[in-house]
Design a protein around this ligand. Structure first.
Ligand code: ZN
Ligand code: ZN
Length: 260
């Protein structure tokens, strides 16, 4: 049942082979996904074990060395350097970083976020309630784990509106939840005049969804326009749009794993 990871990896490989401004980011992300898949497989194939949902208890089952090695090998210079430091660090240092992130997730903790995505996804798949963390909650965070939205996507659902339903994808467990279409995913603003959509001809199926009330944004992937797009990966493919949003003074709700 590692279809999810295979799908992300295949799409990242495919897009990384195309000439684009995101080529290098995608090549790195493809390797990172492989390392995350290995963490996931290690958790899934562990004998006679199911996660408790409390990271402090489950931590010995979560392997992180492989991911650090991969980033040391394939990552951009600053991350590769940090990965080498982590490989040389005492296990307690890494455990403390992971537990800290678990209690209080932030998109600036690249390594903790990368290592714990497959763990939190495994919790979601085994319907194991995450514990040992107090997240804000509310409709703009993941109903399963309390994570923030990484992106939104539109897809046609059976019996749904022809123009597609909007879902948000969780940055922590990578599950998605339904969300209203014309609402800021950060502050809940609903006035259409405050919500802006920006596209570039280069990316027909990706747009910036920005809010002028809170000045935050995320990217939307339109699967009704490109059905074989894979939201998590295509979101990275659209990195040039993030540069545009930053230049216009918008802050992303949650940075992706390649820092955009
Ligand atoms: Zn989640
Ligand atoms: Zn807003």
């Amino acid at each position: 049942m590692s279809n999810f990871w295979d799908k992300q990896i295949d799409r990242a490989d495919e897009l990384a082979a195309e000439p684009s401004g995101s080529k290098e980011l995608l090549a790195f992300y493809a390797q990172l996904l492989r390392a995350q898949q290995q963490i996931y497989e290690s958790l899934r194939s562990r004998r006679d074990w199911l996660p408790s949902g409390d990271l402090e208890i489950d931590l010995p089952a979560v392997p992180s060395t492989g991911l650090f090695e991969s980033v040391a090998l394939h990552g951009p210079a600053s991350l590769a350097e940090e990965a080498r430091e982590l490989l040389a660090a005492e296990p307690g240092v890494i455990a403390a970083k992971l537990v800290e992130y678990w209690r209080n997730p932030t998109d600036t903790q690249f390594f903790a976020k990368s290592v714990l995505q497959p763990y939190t996804r495994w919790l979601a798949e085994t319907t194991t309630t995450p514990s040992g963390r107090e997240l804000a909650g509310g409709e703009r965070t993941c109903p399963f784990c309390g994570g923030r939205p990484q992106l939104s996507f539109l897809q046609s659902k059976e019996g749904g509106a022809e123009s597609g339903n909007r879902d948000l994808l969780c940055a922590s467990c990578l599950a998605s939840w339904e969300f209203r279409r014309v609402v800021c995913a950060n502050c809940g603003e609903e006035q259409p005049a405050k919500l802006g959509y920006f596209q570039s001809p280069e990316f027909d199926h990706i747009r910036i969804e920005a809010c002028d009330s809170c000045r935050h944004y995320l990217k939307g992937i339109d699967l009704t326009r490109l059905g074989f797009a894979v939201p998590l990966v295509d979101e990275i493919y659209g990195a040039p749009l993030d540069l545009w949003a930053r230049e216009h003074g918008y802050t992303k709700i949650e940075l992706n794993l390649v820092g955009f």
